[in-house]
Write a protein that binds this ligand. Structure first.
Ligand SMILES: Cc1cc2nc3c(=O)[nH]c(=O)nc-3n(C[C@H](O)[C@H](O)[C@H](O)COP(=O)(O)OP(=O)(O)OC[C@H]3O[C@@H](n4cnc5c(N)ncnc54)[C@H](O)[C@@H]3O)c2cc1C
Ligand code: SF4
Length: 640
């Protein structure tokens, strides 16, 4: 719980950035109990993030007088002075002040615009269709909140129930093996979805969505923590990695068993299970079509994305749990199928470490945690013939480190790639209502050879509001025209390589400094986004570059090329962490062998996004699932 003084500083900051009440936004920061909402949000973030938030908040309070030559703390200053200060921090050349300001904004501003009445005043009024049929989880095979101490003896123990874990569980359970899935997060279904964006983020995202890399720039890297993992909160895009990429892995990493002709059948199997098909034209709206028009004028081709949402209603909230059950996430597909085939699942169960002796995993040690408080309430000891880690790219290396496994190549946690991404928003004279369609429905591949792919994105007001590098009335005026905004994103196949460290408290810390090649890719990509929006008729574009918060039609994209842009000037997120336990034929150059077994072990495998030796260049869920299908098939055939 924050102190009354902290609440005062939060409100003082919010008033300076938001300029409310004003215009058509009639709710003040106090009338929506903003400070209390922020306080609640902070309960779901990690302890480190909470401490960081307080450090930044009090830096603003105590350094404010120094920067404004004022005798008063920030929260006691007149509104005009406060606004001047947050504006200065926004434009500061010293990027740490900018980052501090952005950090506060990410939590405080998003919580204001998440209030349903405020969002409605922006024009955001979604109505969700009733859910389609829900597969029942076999009740006798799942425990949502286990407690007490116990021991389990199984053939296969799988840690993590996301893209990699769920597919492996189904594949092995279908072959008749006893499979136990352990998932740290809780179980949610359509009944829990359809609330405001912050409420959903707090429930389903790790640490309330507040996970950043450390480096230039600090990149927001959200991942799911719930049954189904990140597939519950992803956009449903399902693309195959290219044959060229698999050929390269065969050539450069000795992965002869990963040739394109061997991968085809695994992709086909997961595509069948997830009903993968192109996005229906009827649920692509003006956000997609405006971009398509603009792209066409510049000679590019925007086409519908291939997705796993056969009866999608275009309700626009894929990243917060699909309320209609259209998106074929793991909790709707592979998990129920695995349980039906005999697998069992413990939710709210955190695996602490893998137990092993002389290169042989004997099982895992895990703790049952209270779904609300996270407090431990029982210990689980699992004895297993095979252990599969599928905790995701950030957490599999951390579990390995916590377990103390030997690391002769010293590569566990290294070679992190992210597909860093950014987006541009654009104002149009007519209504766009970008939220009223599939948020990620279109793709432009024309610059893929340069490592740049453009994909649709649109977010509810809570997250749109944190995307502008604007303050005060300028910020409010754009949010009042939320329904006139279009948005599109781009992601870069990164040549940068980062690293995961295990912090003393056992958490993962990602270090990642964007290199110059990737900065150049962003400059090229963002200027193309800007050109496309102006070609489509936008009046203003917000490109997400600190020195250039807004561009007018007259300016076009020229200022982007005329400005020296560094990594720290970019506003980035990343949704596809990969590669921290990479596979390869050379044990000196890789963590896993070509069957994704940890070098030096006979029965410890990995089936998540961490296995890939390079960035994929496309959204990864389908490739992770195809890989998990392949690896689990091998384990079932050869190892049990
Ligand atoms: C907002 C967003 C949108 C995205 N959109 C797309 C998209 O449209 N298409 C696409 O292809 N990809 C998309 N992705 C990425 C994709 O969803 C992920 O790459 C994929 O789900 C990763 O699979 P995984 O098995 O590696 O990990 P996850 O799916 O993240 O699963 C890991 C699971 O392990 C659990 N876990 C971790 N540590 C432990 C532990 N110690 N004990 C027990 N359990 C543990 C976690 O709680 C989690 O549930 C998106 C990602 C995000 C964040
Ligand atoms: S747009 Fe997304 S959330 Fe809405 S119905 Fe389609 S898949 Fe579900």
């Amino acid at each position: 719980m924050l102190s009354p003084r902290s609440h005062r500083i939060i409100e003082a900051f919010a008033e300076a950035v938001l300029d409310v009440p004003g215009g058509s936004l009639s709710h003040s920061v106090t009338s929506v109990r903003l400070a209390e909402r922020v306080d609640e949000h902070l309960q779901s973030v990690s302890r480190d993030s909470r401490i960081l938030f307080l450090i930044v908040l009090y830096s603003l309070e105590w350094l404010g007088p120094f920067y404004q030559l004022s005798g008063k703390f920030f929260s006691r200053m007149k509104l005009k002075r406060r606004r001047k200060l947050v504006d200065r921090w926004q434009r500061a050349h010293w990027s740490v002040r900018r980052m501090m300001r952005r950090y506060l904004e990410a939590i405080i501003v998003s919580n204001y615009y998440a209030v349903p009445e405020v969002a409605a005043q922006c024009g955001y009024t979604p109505k969700f269709k009733p859910p389609q049929s829900t597969p029942q989880l076999r009740a006798d095979h799942v425990e949502f909140a286990p407690e007490g101490d116990r021991t389990e003896i199984v053939d296969v123990c799988i840690v993590g129930s996301g893209a990699g874990g769920a597919v492996a569980a189904h594949t092995l359970a279908s072959q008749g093996y006893s499979v136990l899935i352990l998932e740290e997060g809780s179980y949610f279904s359509h009944k829990d979805y359809g609330k405001d964006a912050i409420t959903e983020t707090r429930k389903m995202y790790r640490y309330g969505g507040m996970v950043h890399t450390v480096g230039y720039p600090a990149i927001l890297t959200p991942v799911g923590r719930c049954v189904g993992g990140t597939t519950e909160i992803n956009s449903g895009t399902c693309l195959r990695a290219s044959d060229r990429l698999y050929d390269r892995w065969v050539r450069e990493y000795g992965l002869a068993n990963w040739s394109p002709d061997r991968m085809g059948k695994h992709y086909e199997e997961v595509e069948r299970m997830l009903h993968v098909a192109p996005a229906a034209e009827s649920h692509l709206g003006r956000n997609s079509h405006l971009f398509q028009e603009g792209a066409k004028k510049l000679g590019f081709t925007a086409e519908p994305l291939i997705r796993n949402a056969p009866n999608c209603q275009g309700s626009g909230v894929c990243a917060f749990g699909c309320p209609t059950n259209a998106k074929q996430s793991m909790a709707l597909t592979y998990i129920p199928a695995a349980l039906e085939a005999g697998a069992r699942l413990y939710a709210s169960t955190l695996v602490s470490h893998v137990d092993f002796r002389h290169g042989h995993a004997t099982g895992v040690t895990a703790y049952f945690c209270d779904p609300q408080t996270g407090k431990r309430r029982g210990k689980l000891t699992v004895e297993a013939k095979i252990v599969i880690l599928a905790c995701g790219t950030f957490h599999t290396p951390v579990v390995l480190r916590r377990s103390g496994v030997p690391d002769p190549s010293r590569l566990i946690g290294r070679h992190l790639t992210l597909h860093p991404a950014t987006k541009a928003l654009a104002l149009f004279p007519d209504e766009v209502r970008g939220w009223d369609e599939i948020p990620q429905g279109m793709v432009v591949h024309d610059l893929a050879a340069e490592g740049i792919v453009f994909e649709g994105i649109f977010t509810p007001p809570a997250y749109t509001a944190t995307s502008f590098l604007l303050n005060g009335p300028a910020h409010r005026e754009v949010m009042e025209r939320y329904n006139h905004l279009a948005c599109f994103g781009l992601m870069v196949s990164d040549t940068t390589s980062g690293r995961i460290l295990r912090m003393p408290n056992g958490h993962a810390l990602a270090l990642y400094n964007l290199n110059k090649t990737d900065v150049r890719r962003f400059v090229r990509g963002i200027s193309t986004l800007v050109d496309i929006f102006f070609a489509a008729g936008a009046t203003k574009v917000f490109p997400g570059i600190h020195q250039l918060p807004v561009l007018t039609r007259e300016q076009g994209s020229a200022p982007i090329y005329n400005t020296r842009i560094h990594a720290k000037d970019l506003e980035l997120q990343a949704f596809h962490p990969l590669g921290t336990c990479r596979m390869g034929a050379d044990p000196h150059e890789s963590v896993l062998d070509p069957h994704c077994r940890l070098y030096g072990f006979d029965n410890l495998y990995v089936t998540d996004g961490s296995i890939f030796p390079t960035s994929l260049g496309v959204n990864p869920q389908l490739s992770i699932m195809a890989a998990a299908h392949k690896i689990a098939g091998y384990i079932g055939r050869e190892c049990l």
